[in-house]
Design a protein around this ligand. Structure first.
Ligand SMILES: Cc1cc2nc3c(=O)[nH]c(=O)nc-3n(C[C@H](O)[C@H](O)[C@H](O)COP(=O)(O)OP(=O)(O)OC[C@H]3O[C@@H](n4cnc5c(N)ncnc54)[C@H](O)[C@@H]3O)c2cc1C
Length: 302
Protein backbone atom coordinates (compact mmCIF):
# COMPACT_ATOMS: atom_id res chain seq x y z
CA UNK A 1 0.00 0.00 0.00
CA UNK A 2 1.97 3.04 -1.20
CA UNK A 3 -0.07 5.73 0.59
CA UNK A 4 -1.28 5.51 4.19
CA UNK A 5 -4.69 6.86 5.34
CA UNK A 6 -3.14 10.12 6.64
CA UNK A 7 -1.49 10.80 3.28
CA UNK A 8 -4.74 10.00 1.45
CA UNK A 9 -6.60 12.41 3.77
CA UNK A 10 -4.06 15.17 2.99
CA UNK A 11 -4.61 14.60 -0.74
CA UNK A 12 -8.38 14.66 -0.26
CA UNK A 13 -8.06 17.89 1.72
CA UNK A 14 -6.07 19.56 -1.07
CA UNK A 15 -8.50 18.37 -3.72
CA UNK A 16 -11.52 19.58 -1.78
CA UNK A 17 -10.48 23.25 -1.80
CA UNK A 18 -10.21 24.27 -5.47
CA UNK A 19 -9.41 27.90 -6.26
CA UNK A 20 -10.56 30.09 -9.10
CA UNK A 21 -7.84 31.11 -11.49
CA UNK A 22 -7.35 33.03 -14.72
CA UNK A 23 -4.40 30.78 -15.62
CA UNK A 24 -4.62 28.19 -18.39
CA UNK A 25 -6.21 25.01 -17.04
CA UNK A 26 -6.10 21.58 -18.62
CA UNK A 27 -9.27 19.71 -17.68
CA UNK A 28 -7.57 16.36 -18.19
CA UNK A 29 -4.76 17.32 -15.84
CA UNK A 30 -7.06 18.65 -13.12
CA UNK A 31 -8.33 15.08 -12.65
CA UNK A 32 -4.78 13.88 -11.97
CA UNK A 33 -3.73 16.62 -9.55
CA UNK A 34 -2.40 15.13 -6.28
CA UNK A 35 -3.72 11.60 -6.98
CA UNK A 36 -1.11 8.85 -6.90
CA UNK A 37 -0.80 6.33 -9.72
CA UNK A 38 0.58 3.11 -8.21
CA UNK A 39 3.79 1.83 -9.79
CA UNK A 40 5.69 -1.37 -8.86
CA UNK A 41 5.04 -2.77 -5.37
CA UNK A 42 5.39 0.39 -3.23
CA UNK A 43 5.99 3.20 -5.71
CA UNK A 44 3.84 5.88 -7.25
CA UNK A 45 3.78 8.95 -9.46
CA UNK A 46 1.52 11.89 -8.68
CA UNK A 47 1.11 15.32 -10.20
CA UNK A 48 1.76 18.15 -7.74
CA UNK A 49 1.49 21.06 -10.16
CA UNK A 50 1.64 21.97 -13.82
CA UNK A 51 1.79 24.97 -16.10
CA UNK A 52 0.30 25.32 -19.58
CA UNK A 53 -1.74 23.18 -21.95
CA UNK A 54 -1.86 22.49 -25.70
CA UNK A 55 -2.94 26.10 -26.33
CA UNK A 56 0.11 27.40 -24.41
CA UNK A 57 2.37 25.64 -26.93
CA UNK A 58 0.63 27.42 -29.82
CA UNK A 59 0.51 30.69 -27.90
CA UNK A 60 4.31 30.58 -27.50
CA UNK A 61 4.90 29.49 -31.09
CA UNK A 62 2.82 32.42 -32.37
CA UNK A 63 4.05 34.81 -29.63
CA UNK A 64 0.42 35.67 -29.30
CA UNK A 65 -1.40 38.22 -27.11
CA UNK A 66 -4.45 36.01 -26.58
CA UNK A 67 -4.92 32.30 -26.10
CA UNK A 68 -2.97 31.53 -29.22
CA UNK A 69 -5.83 29.36 -30.48
CA UNK A 70 -7.04 29.85 -34.06
CA UNK A 71 -9.13 26.67 -34.03
CA UNK A 72 -8.58 23.27 -32.45
CA UNK A 73 -7.76 21.80 -35.87
CA UNK A 74 -5.35 24.64 -36.61
CA UNK A 75 -3.66 24.22 -33.22
CA UNK A 76 -3.27 20.47 -33.69
CA UNK A 77 -1.73 21.06 -37.10
CA UNK A 78 0.73 23.58 -35.68
CA UNK A 79 1.71 21.26 -32.79
CA UNK A 80 2.27 18.40 -35.21
CA UNK A 81 4.40 20.64 -37.44
CA UNK A 82 6.49 21.80 -34.46
CA UNK A 83 7.05 18.23 -33.27
CA UNK A 84 7.85 16.94 -36.77
CA UNK A 85 10.45 19.64 -37.34
CA UNK A 86 12.07 19.52 -33.88
CA UNK A 87 10.94 23.08 -33.18
CA UNK A 88 11.19 22.37 -29.47
CA UNK A 89 11.13 25.64 -27.54
CA UNK A 90 7.30 26.09 -27.58
CA UNK A 91 7.06 22.74 -25.74
CA UNK A 92 9.38 24.10 -23.05
CA UNK A 93 6.64 26.59 -22.10
CA UNK A 94 4.70 23.80 -20.37
CA UNK A 95 5.97 22.45 -17.05
CA UNK A 96 5.05 19.61 -14.73
CA UNK A 97 5.98 18.88 -11.10
CA UNK A 98 5.73 15.25 -10.00
CA UNK A 99 6.10 13.48 -6.69
CA UNK A 100 7.69 10.11 -7.38
CA UNK A 101 8.39 7.20 -5.06
CA UNK A 102 10.85 4.79 -6.63
CA UNK A 103 13.57 2.22 -5.81
CA UNK A 104 17.06 3.73 -5.50
CA UNK A 105 18.40 1.71 -8.47
CA UNK A 106 15.63 3.20 -10.65
CA UNK A 107 16.41 6.67 -9.27
CA UNK A 108 20.02 6.24 -10.41
CA UNK A 109 18.86 5.79 -14.01
CA UNK A 110 16.28 8.55 -13.73
CA UNK A 111 18.67 11.15 -12.31
CA UNK A 112 20.82 10.89 -15.46
CA UNK A 113 18.19 13.11 -17.08
CA UNK A 114 19.86 16.37 -16.11
CA UNK A 115 17.34 18.79 -17.52
CA UNK A 116 14.97 18.62 -14.53
CA UNK A 117 14.83 20.10 -11.03
CA UNK A 118 14.96 17.56 -8.22
CA UNK A 119 14.51 17.55 -4.48
CA UNK A 120 15.00 14.16 -2.83
CA UNK A 121 13.90 12.82 0.56
CA UNK A 122 16.79 13.22 3.00
CA UNK A 123 18.04 9.97 4.52
CA UNK A 124 20.49 12.08 6.55
CA UNK A 125 17.56 13.78 8.26
CA UNK A 126 14.82 11.12 8.21
CA UNK A 127 14.64 7.39 8.81
CA UNK A 128 13.88 5.42 5.68
CA UNK A 129 10.85 3.11 5.67
CA UNK A 130 11.19 -0.66 5.48
CA UNK A 131 10.05 -0.76 1.87
CA UNK A 132 11.98 -2.70 -0.72
CA UNK A 133 11.19 -3.48 -4.33
CA UNK A 134 10.72 -7.22 -4.71
CA UNK A 135 9.86 -8.06 -8.33
CA UNK A 136 6.68 -9.94 -9.10
CA UNK A 137 7.52 -13.54 -10.13
CA UNK A 138 6.80 -12.77 -13.80
CA UNK A 139 9.54 -10.11 -13.72
CA UNK A 140 12.30 -12.32 -12.34
CA UNK A 141 14.21 -13.08 -15.53
CA UNK A 142 17.45 -14.73 -16.58
CA UNK A 143 20.27 -12.72 -18.19
CA UNK A 144 19.54 -12.22 -21.89
CA UNK A 145 21.74 -14.26 -24.22
CA UNK A 146 21.38 -11.80 -27.12
CA UNK A 147 21.61 -8.45 -25.30
CA UNK A 148 24.16 -7.92 -22.54
CA UNK A 149 22.05 -5.03 -21.31
CA UNK A 150 18.81 -6.92 -20.91
CA UNK A 151 16.88 -9.86 -19.58
CA UNK A 152 15.72 -13.07 -21.18
CA UNK A 153 13.34 -15.83 -20.13
CA UNK A 154 11.39 -15.70 -16.88
CA UNK A 155 12.97 -17.86 -14.19
CA UNK A 156 10.82 -20.75 -13.09
CA UNK A 157 10.32 -23.10 -10.16
CA UNK A 158 13.00 -23.51 -7.53
CA UNK A 159 15.42 -21.04 -9.09
CA UNK A 160 12.80 -18.27 -9.09
CA UNK A 161 11.75 -19.09 -5.51
CA UNK A 162 15.38 -19.07 -4.33
CA UNK A 163 16.10 -15.69 -5.98
CA UNK A 164 13.00 -14.11 -4.43
CA UNK A 165 13.88 -15.56 -1.05
CA UNK A 166 17.42 -14.12 -1.24
CA UNK A 167 16.08 -10.67 -2.23
CA UNK A 168 13.59 -10.61 0.64
CA UNK A 169 16.00 -12.01 3.26
CA UNK A 170 18.85 -9.64 2.30
CA UNK A 171 16.52 -6.62 2.31
CA UNK A 172 15.13 -7.47 5.72
CA UNK A 173 18.51 -8.32 7.25
CA UNK A 174 20.00 -5.03 5.99
CA UNK A 175 17.03 -3.09 7.38
CA UNK A 176 17.20 -4.91 10.75
CA UNK A 177 20.88 -3.88 10.99
CA UNK A 178 20.04 -0.30 9.91
CA UNK A 179 17.49 -0.08 12.72
CA UNK A 180 19.89 -1.65 15.21
CA UNK A 181 22.64 0.83 14.31
CA UNK A 182 20.49 3.96 14.61
CA UNK A 183 18.70 2.78 17.74
CA UNK A 184 19.35 5.01 20.78
CA UNK A 185 18.37 2.32 23.24
CA UNK A 186 21.46 1.68 25.39
CA UNK A 187 23.85 3.28 22.85
CA UNK A 188 24.58 6.63 21.20
CA UNK A 189 23.07 5.48 17.91
CA UNK A 190 24.88 5.81 14.59
CA UNK A 191 24.11 8.92 12.50
CA UNK A 192 21.40 8.28 9.88
CA UNK A 193 23.70 9.59 7.15
CA UNK A 194 26.12 6.74 7.94
CA UNK A 195 23.67 3.97 8.85
CA UNK A 196 21.99 4.14 5.43
CA UNK A 197 25.14 2.99 3.64
CA UNK A 198 24.43 -0.72 4.09
CA UNK A 199 20.91 -0.51 2.65
CA UNK A 200 20.42 -2.22 -0.71
CA UNK A 201 19.52 -0.28 -3.85
CA UNK A 202 16.02 -1.81 -3.98
CA UNK A 203 14.98 0.38 -1.02
CA UNK A 204 12.52 3.12 -1.95
CA UNK A 205 13.32 6.81 -2.06
CA UNK A 206 11.09 9.75 -3.01
CA UNK A 207 11.54 13.01 -4.82
CA UNK A 208 9.83 15.98 -6.32
CA UNK A 209 10.79 16.20 -10.00
CA UNK A 210 9.98 19.25 -12.12
CA UNK A 211 10.64 19.33 -15.84
CA UNK A 212 9.42 21.12 -18.95
CA UNK A 213 7.39 19.26 -21.55
CA UNK A 214 10.15 19.15 -24.16
CA UNK A 215 12.60 17.46 -21.78
CA UNK A 216 9.87 15.27 -20.32
CA UNK A 217 9.06 13.95 -23.81
CA UNK A 218 12.78 13.25 -24.31
CA UNK A 219 12.76 11.30 -21.03
CA UNK A 220 9.64 9.38 -22.12
CA UNK A 221 11.07 8.67 -25.56
CA UNK A 222 14.04 6.94 -23.90
CA UNK A 223 12.35 5.38 -20.90
CA UNK A 224 8.94 4.31 -22.29
CA UNK A 225 10.90 2.40 -24.92
CA UNK A 226 11.16 -1.42 -24.92
CA UNK A 227 14.98 -1.07 -24.57
CA UNK A 228 14.58 0.65 -21.20
CA UNK A 229 14.66 -1.48 -18.07
CA UNK A 230 11.16 -2.65 -17.06
CA UNK A 231 11.36 -1.01 -13.62
CA UNK A 232 11.83 2.52 -15.03
CA UNK A 233 9.60 1.85 -18.04
CA UNK A 234 6.55 1.34 -15.83
CA UNK A 235 7.09 4.82 -14.35
CA UNK A 236 7.45 6.27 -17.85
CA UNK A 237 4.26 4.47 -18.93
CA UNK A 238 2.37 5.97 -15.97
CA UNK A 239 3.64 9.46 -16.87
CA UNK A 240 2.60 8.89 -20.51
CA UNK A 241 -1.02 8.44 -19.31
CA UNK A 242 -0.78 11.76 -17.47
CA UNK A 243 0.74 13.62 -20.43
CA UNK A 244 -1.91 12.20 -22.79
CA UNK A 245 -4.60 13.78 -20.56
CA UNK A 246 -2.67 17.01 -19.96
CA UNK A 247 -1.72 17.96 -23.55
CA UNK A 248 -3.61 15.52 -25.82
CA UNK A 249 -2.54 17.10 -29.11
CA UNK A 250 1.14 17.28 -28.14
CA UNK A 251 1.03 13.71 -26.85
CA UNK A 252 -0.54 12.42 -30.07
CA UNK A 253 2.16 14.22 -32.08
CA UNK A 254 4.78 12.70 -29.75
CA UNK A 255 3.36 9.21 -30.30
CA UNK A 256 3.42 9.68 -34.06
CA UNK A 257 6.74 11.50 -34.53
CA UNK A 258 8.83 10.12 -31.64
CA UNK A 259 7.50 7.00 -29.90
CA UNK A 260 6.26 5.29 -33.04
CA UNK A 261 8.91 6.77 -35.34
CA UNK A 262 12.39 5.57 -36.30
CA UNK A 263 15.55 7.38 -37.34
CA UNK A 264 17.22 5.98 -40.43
CA UNK A 265 20.90 6.45 -41.22
CA UNK A 266 22.05 7.50 -44.71
CA UNK A 267 23.03 3.85 -45.33
CA UNK A 268 19.58 2.66 -44.27
CA UNK A 269 18.00 5.11 -46.71
CA UNK A 270 20.19 3.68 -49.51
CA UNK A 271 19.00 0.17 -48.56
CA UNK A 272 15.35 1.25 -48.35
CA UNK A 273 15.46 2.99 -51.74
CA UNK A 274 17.10 -0.12 -53.21
CA UNK A 275 14.40 -2.37 -51.76
CA UNK A 276 11.64 -0.13 -53.10
CA UNK A 277 13.20 -0.40 -56.58
CA UNK A 278 13.28 -4.20 -56.22
CA UNK A 279 17.09 -4.36 -56.06
CA UNK A 280 18.99 -6.86 -53.98
CA UNK A 281 20.57 -5.09 -51.04
CA UNK A 282 22.86 -6.46 -48.34
CA UNK A 283 24.61 -5.05 -45.30
CA UNK A 284 27.88 -4.97 -47.29
CA UNK A 285 26.39 -3.32 -50.37
CA UNK A 286 24.98 -0.53 -48.20
CA UNK A 287 27.97 -0.18 -45.87
CA UNK A 288 26.20 -1.32 -42.71
CA UNK A 289 27.56 -3.38 -39.84
CA UNK A 290 25.76 -6.64 -39.01
CA UNK A 291 24.18 -4.92 -36.00
CA UNK A 292 22.95 -1.90 -37.94
CA UNK A 293 21.58 -4.27 -40.59
CA UNK A 294 19.62 -6.14 -37.92
CA UNK A 295 18.26 -2.84 -36.63
CA UNK A 296 17.26 -1.90 -40.17
CA UNK A 297 15.47 -5.24 -40.60
CA UNK A 298 13.62 -4.66 -37.33
CA UNK A 299 12.51 -1.21 -38.56
CA UNK A 300 11.05 -2.41 -41.84
CA UNK A 301 9.60 -5.74 -40.65
CA UNK A 302 5.89 -5.29 -40.02
C1 LIG B 1 18.40 2.16 -22.80
C2 LIG B 1 19.41 3.04 -22.10
C3 LIG B 1 20.62 2.51 -21.70
C4 LIG B 1 21.57 3.33 -21.04
N1 LIG B 1 22.75 2.78 -20.63
C5 LIG B 1 23.66 3.54 -19.97
C6 LIG B 1 24.90 3.00 -19.50
O1 LIG B 1 25.19 1.82 -19.68
N2 LIG B 1 25.75 3.81 -18.83
C7 LIG B 1 25.48 5.14 -18.61
O2 LIG B 1 26.30 5.84 -18.00
N3 LIG B 1 24.33 5.67 -19.06
C8 LIG B 1 23.41 4.93 -19.70
N4 LIG B 1 22.23 5.48 -20.12
C9 LIG B 1 21.96 6.89 -19.82
C10 LIG B 1 22.12 7.77 -21.08
O3 LIG B 1 23.44 7.71 -21.57
C11 LIG B 1 21.76 9.23 -20.74
O4 LIG B 1 22.64 9.70 -19.73
C12 LIG B 1 20.35 9.37 -20.23
O5 LIG B 1 19.45 8.67 -21.05
C13 LIG B 1 19.97 10.83 -20.17
O6 LIG B 1 19.83 11.31 -21.49
P1 LIG B 1 20.16 12.81 -21.87
O7 LIG B 1 21.56 13.17 -21.48
O8 LIG B 1 19.83 12.95 -23.32
O9 LIG B 1 19.07 13.60 -20.99
P2 LIG B 1 19.19 15.01 -20.27
O10 LIG B 1 20.28 14.99 -19.24
O11 LIG B 1 17.80 15.37 -19.81
O12 LIG B 1 19.62 15.99 -21.38
C14 LIG B 1 18.74 16.31 -22.47
C15 LIG B 1 19.62 16.86 -23.59
O13 LIG B 1 20.19 18.08 -23.12
C16 LIG B 1 21.53 18.19 -23.59
N5 LIG B 1 22.43 18.27 -22.42
C17 LIG B 1 22.07 18.18 -21.12
N6 LIG B 1 23.13 18.35 -20.32
C18 LIG B 1 24.19 18.53 -21.14
C19 LIG B 1 25.58 18.74 -20.94
N7 LIG B 1 26.11 18.83 -19.72
N8 LIG B 1 26.36 18.84 -22.00
C20 LIG B 1 25.87 18.77 -23.25
N9 LIG B 1 24.58 18.58 -23.54
C21 LIG B 1 23.73 18.46 -22.49
C22 LIG B 1 21.78 16.97 -24.47
O14 LIG B 1 21.45 17.28 -25.78
C23 LIG B 1 20.78 15.96 -23.96
O15 LIG B 1 20.40 14.98 -24.91
C24 LIG B 1 21.28 4.70 -20.79
C25 LIG B 1 20.06 5.22 -21.22
C26 LIG B 1 19.13 4.42 -21.86
C27 LIG B 1 17.80 5.01 -22.26
Amino acid sequence: MPLNPDQLAEIQDLRSSPKQTVRAVSEGMEKHLYHAIDVLDHGFVRVIDYMGDDAAICQAARVSYGKGTKSVQNDEGLIRYLMRHWHSTPFEMCEIKLHVKLPVFVARQWIRHRTANVNEYSARYSILDREFYIPAPEHVNAQSVVNNQGRGEVLEGEEAARVLEILKADSNRAYDNYEAMISEEGQLGLARELARMNLPSNIYTQWYWKVDLHNLLHFLRLRADPHAQYEIRVYADAICQVVADWVPAAYKAFEDYRLGAVTMSAQMMVALRGLLKGEEVTAESCGMSAREWREFQDMIDA
